[in-house]
Design a protein around this ligand. Structure first.
Ligand SMILES: NC(=O)C1=CN([C@@H]2O[C@H](COP(=O)(O)OP(=O)(O)OC[C@H]3O[C@@H](n4cnc5c(N)ncnc54)[C@H](OP(=O)(O)O)[C@@H]3O)[C@@H](O)[C@H]2O)C=CC1
Ligand SMILES: Nc1nc2c(c(=O)[nH]1)N=C([C@H](O)[C@@H](O)CO)CN2
Length: 237
């Protein structure tokens, strides 16, 4: 009996890619979404990962992605809403479009995809299905430079509560809320040191800690409607 695939949005790089590769290692069939075509995608395709181009910055793009997934598979084991734009606040005329963009990527896309693909999750060959929302520790404290980003992630965390109640017991719905997991290539040493100092553990752990949390949620059968912090004790600093 072949397994139902696991869908990770924004799986072409960094945390999403790392978890997609670990899922393949564990024998899962994996589908990822990507926004920009690039050479690195070929390595994932060589592993058997199916790739779907998607831009969630418009409802049209979200609906096109939903249609493409439905063309690809009749069932799903899980959906991981990982796609995200870490955009800082912008002033002036762009403030509104920036907010709308983040709302679409972090809230409207997960909302519409969950509603539209619920039947694929319920038709899965496994006894349980999962939805995982990738949020951010910053939901707990807000952000003076990423206020729109933080608010959109807060909305995503609230969707976890609603969908957990709507989709139980067939589908578990949970949030993983990371703090600094990976730096960006252009982050300098000074930024890295200041960022590390913000948590009790004072480290930049890398994507393995997110994979551990994801594996736990996929293997659990009695965890839903929760937010799992993976933040190095950032909330106590
Ligand atoms: N990295 C970290 O330290 C932290 C990460 N997180 C959260 O964890 C998750 C993974 O983080 P990370 O790996 O750094 O994420 P990235 O910043 O690497 O983004 C992941 C993917 O999202 C895709 N994406 C961005 N905008 C859109 C869009 N409009 N439509 C479709 N796809 C889009 C990008 O696709 P493409 O590259 O093809 O354009 C990208 O590959 C995110 O949800 C993030 O908010 C939270 C706290 C800390
Ligand atoms: N989509 C993304 N979201 C976030 C990223 C990222 O690279 N992509 N990075 C962070 C930072 O690591 C932040 O946690 C440092 O304090 C937050 N969100």
């Amino acid at each position: 009996m072949s397994q139902s695939p696991i869908l990770i949005t924004g799986g072409a790089q960094r945390l999403g890619r790392y978890c997609a590769e670990r899922l393949v290692d564990d024998g899962h069939s994996v589908i990822i979404s990507y926004r920009r075509e690039r050479d690195e995608l070929e390595a994932l395709r060589a592993l058997g990962v199916r790739t779907v181009q998607a831009d969630f910055s418009s409802e049209t793009g979200i609906q096109a992605f939903i249609a493409a997934v439905r063309e690809l598979t009749p069932t799903l084991r899980a959906i991981v809403h990982n796609a995200s734009d870490w955009l800082p606040d912008t002033g002036g005329e762009a403030a509104g479009s920036n907010f709308e963009h983040l709302f679409r990527v972090h809230m409207q896309a997960p909302y519409l995809i969950n509603l539209a693909l619920r039947d694929l999750l319920e038709a899965g060959v496994e006894s349980q299905a999962d939805i995982i929302h990738m949020s951010d520790f910053v939901v707990q404290k807000g952000s003076s430079r990423h206020a729109a980003y933080a608010a959109s992630k807060a909305g995503l965390e609230n969707l976890t509560l609603s969908f957990a109640a709507m989709f139980a017991p067939r589908i578990q719905v949970n949030t993983i809320a990371p703090a600094l997991i990976m730096l960006k290539p252009d982050d300098d040493d000074d930024y890295a040191e200041r960022a590390k100092a913000k948590s009790l553990m004072q480290s930049v752990p890398g994507p393995g800690v997110i994979w551990q949390a994801m594996r736990y949620l996929l293997d659990s059968h009695y965890v839903t409607g929760t937010t799992m912090p993976v933040d190095g004790g950032r909330h106590l600093k």
